[in-house]
Ligand binder design. Structure first.
Ligand code: UDP
Length: 334
């Protein structure tokens, strides 16, 4: 099979590409490297079944050609990360909404199946956990930038579902809950790479707010498995499905676990939201998915435990640090 992945040089996209290539599929990868990087896919260049195009989705001619060649399209290109959203709201809204529109329009001409990645952010301030896919979305006011991400992703979902209802364009939508693992960057504020990076450097582990807010973290390998199973079943077409784990941890609890598992002596530092993001920032207090639908449709439930995930991220970052030190020493002694 031939798969097109938009955002294929990003964190989730590169893991998906790796998995498809390992199992023998052909991968066309489109990425403008805005948040993705060549470093994420360099190890995949050894496959002659991998073809990458460092172009934006606005290159509609290329997009149309790649859609023609592909059997299935994974649309993962998006602006993600709360820090990025707060700092660059225009980019977030335009990238997320316009990108999905362009992909759906191109795919619809050929009726190619489109997988669209959405996010648990769309549940917003809803406090009725676990979140069922048909729950109300409770977003904050438009004056608070954070909610533009949830609103743009919710619009993506509306658009995809409308293409299915009105034009019979097949779509599969997944709401990803805090996907983490090797290669995720902390540059856009994500907590797991931030905490592990800080612990390894001996720098303060920065807990925003009280630290009593909680999240459920899902290993990217499990998210990829769930995504692949969703696109493989007709039952998921025209459906929205949660993808994640329901094992909840507070952010302070995560900080302690990271400190302990990395053997770090870093202090844990609490930083008010106003300082970490922007004045008046609103966080989501809890975010737990109901996974019954995922299990019913795919027979799969993510199982990687949090300690395992922390260890995997730590070992990846240690490897990266060792490689950097090696290069620096090499240059210094050259
Ligand atoms: N967070 C934190 N320290 C950091 C980065 C994030 O305490 O260095 C908190 C953040 O405020 C949120 C949680 O960790 O409550 C998860 O943040 P992330 O950006 O990873 O994902 P979100 O669930 O907010 O999309």
């Amino acid at each position: 099979m031939v798969y097109l992945i938009t955002g294929g040089a990003g964190f989730v996209g590169s893991h998906l590409a790796e998995r498809l290539l390992e199992r023998g599929d052909e991968v066309l990868l489109m990425d403008n490297l805005s948040t993705g990087s060549m470093e994420n896919i360099r190890h995949l260049k050894k496959y002659d079944r991998m073809h990458y195009f460092l172009e934006p989705l606005e290159n509609r001619q290329l997009l149309a050609e790649l859609v023609d060649e592909a059997d299935v399209i994974f649309h993962l290109a998006a602006a993600v990360g709360v820090k990025l959203i707060v700092e660059s709201p225009v980019r977030t809204i335009e990238t997320n909404v316009n990108g999905t529109q362009m992909v759906l329009e191109a795919a619809c001409r050929k009726r190619k199946l489109v997988f669209t990645a959405s996010t648990s952010e769309v549940y917003g301030k809803n406090i009725n956990v676990p979140f069922h896919e048909d729950a109300d979305l409770v977003l904050g006011p438009t004056t608070k930038g954070r909610w533009s991400y949830a609103a743009s992703k919710a619009l993506d979902e509306f658009l995809a579902l409308s293409y299915w209802k009105e034009k019979k364009q097949p779509v599969v939508i997944a709401r990803l809950f805090n996907t983490v693992g090797p290669r995720q960057t902390g540059r856009y504020g994500m907590v797991m790479p931030n905490f592990v990076g800080q612990a390894l450097e001996g720098a303060p582990i920065t807990v925003y707010g009280t630290g009593r807010q909680s999240r459920c973290f899902c290993d990217v390998r499990d998210s990829v498995e769930a995504i692949l199973r969703l696109v493989a079943t007709d039952k998921a077409v025209g459906e929205v499905t949660n993808v994640g784990t329901d094992h909840e941890v507070t952010i302070e609890g995560l900080a302690h676990m990271v400190k302990e598992r990395t053997g770090s002596s870093s202090p844990i530092q609490f930083i008010p939201y106003d300082e970490a993001y922007e004045p008046g920032f609103e966080d989501m207090f809890r975010r737990v998915p109901c996974l019954d639908k995922l299990e019913r449709l795919t027979g799969f439930r993510p199982r990687t435990t949090l300690p395992e995930i922390v260890d995997r991220v730590a070992s990846h970052l240690r490897g990266k640090r060792a490689a950097t030190t090696h290069v620096t020493v090499g240059i210094a002694s050259a």
